[in-house]
Design a protein around this ligand. Sequence first.
Ligand code: PLP
Length: 391
Amino acid sequence: MSSALMQNYGTRELKFDHGEGSYLFTKEGERYLDFGMGIAVNSLGHCNPKLIDALTLQSKRLWHTSNLYNIEAGEELAAKLVANTFADRVFFCNSGTEAIECGFKAIRRYFHDKGLSQRNRIISMTGAFHGRSLAAIASAANPAHCEGFIVGDPGFDQAEFGNIDSLKALISENTAAIVIEPVQGEGGITVASSKYLKAVRELCDSHDILLMFDEVQCGIARTGSLYAYQQLGVSPDLLASAKGLGGGFPIGACLAIEKVALALAPGSHGSTFGGNPLATAVGNAVLDELIDDIFLSNVRDMGAYFKKELELLVERFPTLLCEVRGLGLMLGLYCLTDAGQLIARLQNHKLLVVKAGANSIRLLPALNVSKEEVDSALEILTKALIEIENN
Ligand SMILES: Cc1ncc(COP(=O)(O)O)c(C=O)c1O
């Protein structure tokens, strides 16, 4: 029977029935080791008991009231994010795209309120991904995502990721902000250097330009600090967060410093579901687990171990692999062989990973993944690479 769904995701054969920790299970009881985690969403693995408790408890009290009323769990989650980041204020929404959209709107309104409406252009980076709304695709400027969707000049310019001269050349009296993923995800895992981000920050400060980080994928402890910027040593003015924040429950957040947050005055922006009691109750439970030195140092240690072992695979298979990139448990394995073929073989051996960029695979295990699970993934990778080598 043909599907009633729109075909934007293509055909998907694999179907899961339930999940537990690092594993997904089919109805037939086949077990898959999940190192994609819903593309960095299930931060604490599948069906984490603490998240189930938080969701169950909240579901018995109150599901939804709208933002016409004060939402206790949302106040609490915002306060936690503010206490643990550069931000003074938080806006809650339901996805990464919406967090980006909120940031872009706040940026434009901020300059508009200062009487500088002509300062409305936002510079993004090559290889970026900021979501699938019109503004998000226009900003990232990936031709495959933009085709047939963008009309006119939507107000974005694009600099080369990591190249400060390319950025300098684009700055004009119309530049309002720069948006960067400190660790790029969809475009292929690439970490921005501290030196580059510091130079970007200086450029912003000297031109009164706002700096926005997109940490939708690299945030929420994925790299071993709550947000990646915290170990890269450069603070933004705005930050988009989502994915891992709800551990699988949809939530997004736009974080901002006070002067920018003030631009979103009452009535200027909103979301029916944003900051809903269920989503923010789960978000609180996620943050309570992550904001813990031992948890974060485990992510760093496990990430360092995994990266070192992947580098050994690159040495062992020099005709198939070329490089490992990434921070913490956000790792990219750059391939010389076809990444799609490797992913298919891994799936045959019951390991799930995600493609990134032109020819790399992303390894995004649960942040509480065990060493045994990392070793299992390495074993399967080795098996699949030997198969390809022998073919
Ligand atoms: C860096 C980044 N920004 C934004 C988004 C969009 O998030 P969402 O799909 O939740 O709208 C993504 C999603 O993959 C992302 O990786």
